[in-house]
Design a protein around this ligand. Structure first.
Ligand SMILES: [Zn+2]
Length: 405
């Protein structure tokens, strides 16, 4: 093993005390005093490791290790140190501190890579304090405008612009001023797949396409006792059929997901047939064409409800295309996992990550490690010393491969 697993674990444990909560979690929302303390600690460690630290205008941290030829585009890796208010110790943090361990291990072995290496802590990945999530990497990738994001406001009325000014981490560097040869991100899976398959490393091939809709069904209200079943136009009945169809569609397609997470019924009394039901539909699949085919099957079911006499409307309020990661990065991660002797499998990310946005402007690759019971965004988020080490070891080897000129 190239990396030092005990040093990595000690680093993770030490850093988790910053904003640590009594239940074993971490609360370090973006640009708070806790986040600043977490950054201060990280930056001090970077400087101890001889890295040159810089910040851009949205407070993203870049820590650079020189290469043999600094005119070559750097190879970057990292993730985020901010957490949910009831977050865990590893979501994002493993990718940043695992990256730091890679830098330290390269120093130990006096390895000089061809390309310079840049370790990144992206600002406000979580989106819990300032909406949207993946805010800094989204600006970097041209998805959000910097000026709009500065006006994002937290629950107390403070803008992100004000929080950035107060953080001490606002640099003068333009966001996106640096371009990279490629970007790698080590992350916990945040789902149950790797653990349930008994696989040590997930080779991430891309991310799911996602579609979010509001569905509104209009039927007819009437008395729950005096209206025999055949005379009803019960919007709840139509909803139940549509939810069943959405689940059936997703169950029939490998790697598909369908979620109805929010329902409103009107008038919402126990003895009146609801005339209106509104619900949300979240559908995902790693292939855009398959996702569209799933939505088409759901639309067919809506048409069948219209034929029964209901008015049914589906309005998509958000969508994001599936991302395919660069074959060279995916191959480097797969080769690194195999060379280190870890069991591994391909997996698509069901969640958003900084890398998923940056994939639009730069080659990216991701490494997943399993987490206990797939639990994340929760103080009970848990990985073992060995799982952390496996992820960092694969990152180290992939960095060696991709930093070659
Ligand atoms: Zn994360």
């Amino acid at each position: 093993m190239y990396i030092d697993k005990d040093r990595l674990w000690e680093t993770l444990e030490t850093h988790a005390r910053i904003g640590g909560t009594p239940d074993g979690g971490v609360c370090r929302e973006a640009l708070t005093a806790e986040d600043k303390a977490g950054r201060d600690c990280f930056v001090a460690w970077c400087r101890e490791a001889g890295l040159e630290v810089a910040y851009d205008k949205i407070c993203t941290i870049y820590a650079t290790r020189p290469g043999r030829d600094d005119s070559l585009a750097p190879l970057a890796f990292g993730s985020h140190l901010d957490t949910q208010p009831t977050g865990g110790k590893y979501d994002g943090i493993l990718g940043v501190l695992g990256g730091l361990e890679v830098m330290r291990a390269l120093n130990d072995k006096q390895v000089v890579t061809d390309r310079p290496l840049v370790l990144i802590d992206w600002t406000n990945e979580e989106g819990s304090r300032f909406v949207p999530s993946m805010l800094a990497s989204g600006i970097y990738s041209g998805i959000f405008s910097y000026e709009d994001m500065l006006r994002a406001t937290d629950a107390r009325g403070m803008t992100l612009g004000e929080a950035a000014d107060a953080s001490g981490y606002k640099g003068s560097e333009e966001i996106g001023a640096r371009s990279f040869h490629a970007l790698l991100e080590l992350h916990i899976e945040q789902g149950p797949v790797l653990e349930s398959r008994g696989v040590e490393i997930g080779v991430v091939t891309g991310s799911h396409g996602m579609s979010w809709s509001h569905v509104t069904i209009n039927g007819k209200s009437s008395h729950a006792g005096t209206t025999p079943m055949p005379y009803r136009l019960d919007a709840m009945g139509a909803m139940a059929r549509l939810v069943g169809i959405a689940h059936n569609v997703a169950n029939a397609v490998p790697d598909a997901c369908a979620t109805v997470g929010s329902i409103v019924t009107i008038p919402s009394t126990y003895n009146t047939i609801p005339h209106t039901v509104r619900f949300t539909l979240d559908m995902r699949h790693p292939d855009d064409a398959t996702l569209q085919a799933m939505l088409a099957r759901f639309e067919d079911a809506c048409a069948a409800e219209r034929a029964r006499g209901f008015a049914v409307k589906r309005e998509e309020f958000g969508a994001t295309p599936a991302q395919k990661f660069a074959p060279a990065c995916v191959a480097a991660v797969r080769k690194a996992a195999a060379a280190a002797g870890y069991t591994h499998c391909d997996i698509a990310s069901g969640a958003g990550h900084d890398c998923v946005y940056v994939n639009r402007v730069c080659d990216v690759g991701m490494i997943f490690v399993p987490c206990k019971d797939g639990i994340s965004h929760n103080p009970r988020e848990s990985i073992t010393r060995e799982q952390a080490a496996a992820g960092a070891e694969v990152l180290y080897r992939a960095v060696l491969e991709l930093s070659r000129a």
